[in-house]
Design a protein. Structure first.
Length: 158
């Protein structure tokens, strides 16, 4: 690759020097203008030679493969984002439940399960609590978080 680049740069510089010399040696007037025009065209050909050396197969871009790869990566990132969001919601909900339990005078740790709602947004689905049953806490979970009593599990004695 470096040898090809070096060869191309050498050809461009050599051509530019020779064309400059030819233009200087050409007499004033229309002959110098023609020399300048032809020299510019020759330099253009030398500059674009690497592109013409490539085969059509090498220039062909396979958009379908690229598109499929991009879509697959987008789906992977979306799944990763959904998982991270669900974990964050579970953690924050667990902290909220522990704080509410403390306000009610209970020492309670919560484990929250999250599930997507109809819109695909993760919401608290169920809760397991390390304290005894509490009607006030159960009502709070149902009202504030939308976790019905049948999906609330209290472990412990109250």
């Amino acid at each position: 690759m470096m040898a090809a680049l070096r060869s191309w740069l050498t050809a461009v510089l050599t051509t530019a020097v020779l064309l400059s010399l030819a233009e200087r040696l050409a007499p004033e007037g229309s002959l110098r203008k023609i020399t300048s025009l032809v020299g510019g065209l020759i330099l253009l050909v030398v500059l674009t030679r690497p592109l013409t050396a490539l085969g059509a197969g090498e220039l062909r871009l396979d958009y379908e493969d690229r598109s499929a790869a991009v879509e697959q990566r987008r789906q992977e990132l979306q799944a990763e984002n959904d998982k991270t969001l669900a974990e964050l919601i579970a953690r924050e909900t667990e902290a909220y439940i522990s704080d509410k339990a403390a306000e009610l005078g209970l020492e309670c740790q919560a484990s929250v399960t999250v599930a997507p709602n109809a819109d695909g947004i993760p919401v608290p689905w169920s809760a397991e609590l390390s304290c005894g049953p509490s009607g006030a806490l159960a009502a709070e979970l149902e009202q504030a978080l939308g976790i019905p009593r049948e999906r609330q599990v209290f472990h412990g004695t109250g």
